[in-house]
Design a protein around this ligand. Sequence first.
Ligand code: C2E
Ligand code: CA
Ligand code: CA
Length: 456
Amino acid sequence: MPFSRAAPSEPSKTDLGPLPKSAAIPLAAQDESAPAISDGDRLLVVEHEPIVSGLVKHAAEGVGFEVILTGDASVVLKTARDWKPTVLMLDLRAIGTDGIELLRGLAEDRCTAHVILISGLDGKTMESAMQLGRERGLQMSGLLHKPVQLETLRELLVRFKSQTTRLSSELASAIETDELFLEYQLKFDCRLKRMVGVEGLVRWKHPALGTLYPDRFIPLAEETDLIHRLTDWVVLAAAKQMAAWHVDNPALEMAVNISAKNVHVLAFPDRLHEIFQAAGIDCGSITLELTETGAMREPVQMMDVLTRLRLKGFKLSLDDFGTGFSSMIQLQKMPFSEVKIDRSFVMQMMSNEGCRVIVEILIDLARKLGLRSVAEGVEDEATLRCLMGLGCDGAQGYYLARPVATERIPAFVCDYQLMGGGVKAPSTELLSPLTNAWAWRRRRAPARQSSMSSPA
Ligand code: C2E
Ligand code: CA
Ligand code: CA
C-alpha cells in the first residue's frame, strides 16, 4: 500500500535518502509528521544499492508487505519509531561504519521488528553483528548474503508475514483458552546454601508451532497492550500454584516477571494484592522481577506504582541488571530490594576477566546500596563457587536447575535436599544438610521420574 502523503524529506517507495556524510546518527525525531500505521505487514529496507532495494521491494510487495526504502540513516530511527515496521532489512554498509550504532539506536527504542541483515561482508563479521544485536535485545531473525535471490527473499518474507500477523492475533485467544503455561526455575540462596524459591517463566503451547518461549511473544504482547492480560494470567496462575505448594511448603517464595508497561498502570498494585490475597498468599513471599531496559521510563509514575507495591509487601527485583540504561541515582531512589545480574556477564565470568570484574562490581554495588544480589546464568560449579566467594546472595542457572514443569518441582526440590540435586549436582558442601526447614516433605512428593532433568 502506498503512502498517502509525500513530504520532501520523507522516506518513500523509492530510495530518497542520501547516504550520511557524518559518522553520527541523529537520534532525535525529524520535524515531520509520521506515516500512518496500518494493520498489515510493514517492511523497512535500509539498503544503498538500488538493484538490491528494487528487488526486495518487488518481492515484498508481491507477498503483501507495505515497503519503505531508505539509505538515509537519519530517517531509519524515526521511521522505525513512527511506522513500527514488522520486519527491518538492513545492509550494515548502507550507512557506512554506523550500522552498529544504528542497531544500538534501534535497541534503545525497543524496536520489536524482526531484523534481517543483508550483506556482502564475510560471515564472521555478520555473525558478530547478529550477536551484538541479540545481546541488545533486538529480534535478530536472519542473514541474507548477496547476491540475493528473489525466491529466497520471498520465502523469508512469507515466513515473517505469517508469523507476525498470525501470532499477534492468536495471542489474545491463547490467553483466554489457557494455551499459556508456566515453568519454574529454582532459586538458590548462596548463604543458606539451599533452594529458597522458584521463578515462574511463561511459555505458550501453540497448537501448530509447538512450545514458544517468551522472546517470541512478550515483545508482541507489549506492542499490542495484550501484556496487561498476559501478566494478569501469569499472576493468577502463579498465585494458584503457590497456594497448592504452600500446603507442604509454607516457606516457599516465588518470583514472577512483570513488564515495564504494567508498572505504568496505577491500578496494578491493587490488582496484584487482590489476586494474592484471594489465594491466601502473603505478598511478602512474592518477588516481582522487572527488566532494566524498560524499568527507567517515566520514573515518576513508575515510582508511584513501585512504592505502592512495596507498601503492600511485594519484593521488587531489577532484572537483567548491567545491560540497561538505569542511572545509579534512579536505582538508588527506586524501591528495589534485589538486583539480578544479567546472565551475559555471569556465563562468561570464568573465562573473561572483564565479565568477572563487572560481576564483582555489581555485587559490591548492590551490597553498598543495601540490595540483594542474585546472579543468573550459573552454568557450572566453578562459577557458583566464585560467586559465593564474591559474596553474591543468590544464584540461578542451568547448573543448579533448568526451568521445569510445575509437577516436577516437589520431586526436584526433594532430590536437591536429599542428594544434592541429582547426577551432576553441586558438591554436597555447597548445599546445607537435609535438616533445613524448606525440604519438601517426602511423603507428598511424587515419585521421582527417570526423565527428571539433571542440572546442566
Ligand atoms: P529472565 O527473567 O532473565 O529469565 C531467565 C531466562 O534465562 C529464562 O529464559 C531462563 O530459561 C534462562 N536461563 C536460566 N538459567 C540459565 C542458564 O544457566 N543459562 C542460560 N543460557 N539461560 C538460562 P526464558 O524462559 O526464555 O525467558 C526469557 C525472558 O522472558 C525472561 O528473562 C523474562 O524477561 C521474560 N519472561 C519470562 N516469563 C515472563 C512473564 O511471565 N512475563 C513477562 N513480562 N516476561 C517474562
Ligand atoms: Ca526474571
Ligand atoms: Ca534476567
